[in-house]
Ligand binder design. Structure first.
Ligand code: 17E
Ligand code: FE2
Length: 428
């Protein structure tokens, strides 16, 4: 057999021995301890480096990326000031403005190995300018990235004029998922109705659901339970994601324990966003300051599927970032105290296999014979080292084609006695 690509000496996550991986016609066709006899158009010896399926950004706002400072920076650092600044920027959105920023940021993510992105798109705009632009982007980036779009009512479904109609129009135009924002509606009752509306719309259009839910430090914000109950009511198990859920950080433990069991039973996914959660939450605290991020470790232990998003890249909510999901995972590791050896292994799942379940792309995701040859070669020998170093994504492949490459940085230290110095490898 003549292969197109033969990867030699690859390390797979949670597998001790090294393997060779053969690719033909864009698919994985053989994975075995030694395929040295095979010939290939391109042979690539990765020398024991970790080879993983592509990273997934399960939650981002592509309409807002790269707008930081427009028209002003977020001085309080709160979610609420972010929403206010975004509402000031929204009237000046244009089709090309949104497209250019989104396409640029997608290139950042792809360069760092993220080949699946779920983006929320603000539909609280009578013209739906951002949505129309991102629908085109979804189509245009198909060679490098799979994009899912969520109809996201930033200013509320009930608290914004014609919110319901705009959500419906967004689904008619071709959004993949229905969103919501119950904690932001004016009253508790309106928040409950926000969730109910999202489910009714999802049923009508036969779509999955991903709501911003309980993104606040207020322990009284309890809409995630409504999402779980509606999931069971509608039979939508596995098709529903509650994003952020930062209030869970502040629930009393008795209530959190009840909720964890309900989420597991309803098979509701939870997506945490470490950059935005730690920056936006805790802003009304003096000391101690809450970290804000949801209970990732406890959710996992309860059998709830958890994944991560970048959420923001240089926007009114989070001014920094470069679209690196491995950096997001490293931050989650710190914030969630997932520093035990096995926990570090689990953190890699939050941006790979768990996230594939959230996006429901498992049928075409993973390094297995018969699946599309989508993978990354990391400049590190293990998940542990990947999360320690946040190393270069040396090679990024999609469908057997190398779509991105990175040359790792090289550091040299020169002692007084040395002319050329010595390279520093950062390995013990
Ligand atoms: N909008 C919102 O409601 N929450 C967020 N974290 C972002 C936008 C980024
Ligand atoms: Fe978000």
């Amino acid at each position: 057999m003549q292969y197109d690509v033969l990867l030699r000496h690859a390390r797979l996550h949670r597998r001790a021995d090294l393997v060779d991986i053969a690719i033909k016609d864009g698919m994985f066709v053989a994975i075995a301890a030694d395929l040295a006899q095979a010939t290939a158009t391109r042979a690539l010896d990765v020398e024991g480096r970790l080879v993983v399926p592509p990273f997934i950004d399960a939650h981002v706002h592509l309409d807002a990326v790269l707008t930081v400072g427009q028209p002003r920076y977020n001085a309080t650092g709160t979610l609420l000031e972010g929403i206010q600044i975004w509402s000031e920027r929204k009237p000046s959105l244009t089709h090309t403005d949104v497209k250019q920023r989104a396409l640029e940021e997608i290139r950042w993510e792809v360069a760092q190995g993220t080949l699946y992105i779920r983006s929320h798109v603000d539909v609280c705009d009578p013209n739906l300018t951002a949505l129309r632009a991102l629908l085109e982007v979804r189509q245009e980036v198909r060679d490098i990235c799979e994009l899912q779009l969520v109809a996201f009512p930033q200013d509320g479904i009930l608290s914004f004029p014609n919110g319901r109609e705009l959500m419906r129009k967004a689904m008619e135009l071709g959004c993949d998922l229905v969103g919501g924002i119950p904690h932001y509606e004016w009253t508790r009752d309106m928040g409950v109705e926000d969730v109910h509306y999202a489910f009714a719309l999802a049923k009508e259009f036969q779509r999955d659901i991903d709501c911003h839910c309980d993104e606040t430090d207020d322990p009284q914000s309890r809409f995630t339970e409504v999402m779980a109950a509606d999931t069971l009511e509608y039979g939508w198990q596995g098709r529903v994601t509650a994003s952020h859920c930062t209030a869970m950080h502040s629930y009393d433990n008795a209530y959190a324990f009840k909720l964890l069991r309900l989420l597991a039973r309803a098979q509701v996914n939870v997506v945490a966003n470490p950059f935005d959660n730690v920056v936006l939450q805790g802003r009304f605290d003096t000391y101690p300051k809450r970290r804000g991020i949801t209970r990732v470790k406890e959710l996992l232990a309860a059998g709830v599927n958890v994944a991560l998003g970048h959420d923001s890249i240089m926007d009114p909510w989070f001014p920094l970032g470069r679209g690196d999901m491995l950096a997001a995972a490293q931050l989650a590791l710190f914030l969630c105290h997932m520093s035990g050896y096995e926990e570090i292994q689990d953190v890699l799942d939050l941006i790979t296999t768990n996230a594939a379940k959230v996006l429901r792309v498992q049928d075409r995701y993973g390094i297995e014979v018969g699946k599309p040859a989508d993978f990354l070669v990391l400049d590190a020998p293990s998940a542990f080292e990947a999360l320690r170093l946040v190393p270069a994504r040396l090679h990024v492949f999609k469908g057997g084609r190398e779509i991105a490459t990175t040359t790792p940085a090289r550091s040299v230290v020169r002692r007084a006695s040395e002319q050329d110095g010595q390279t520093v490898h950062f390995h013990p």
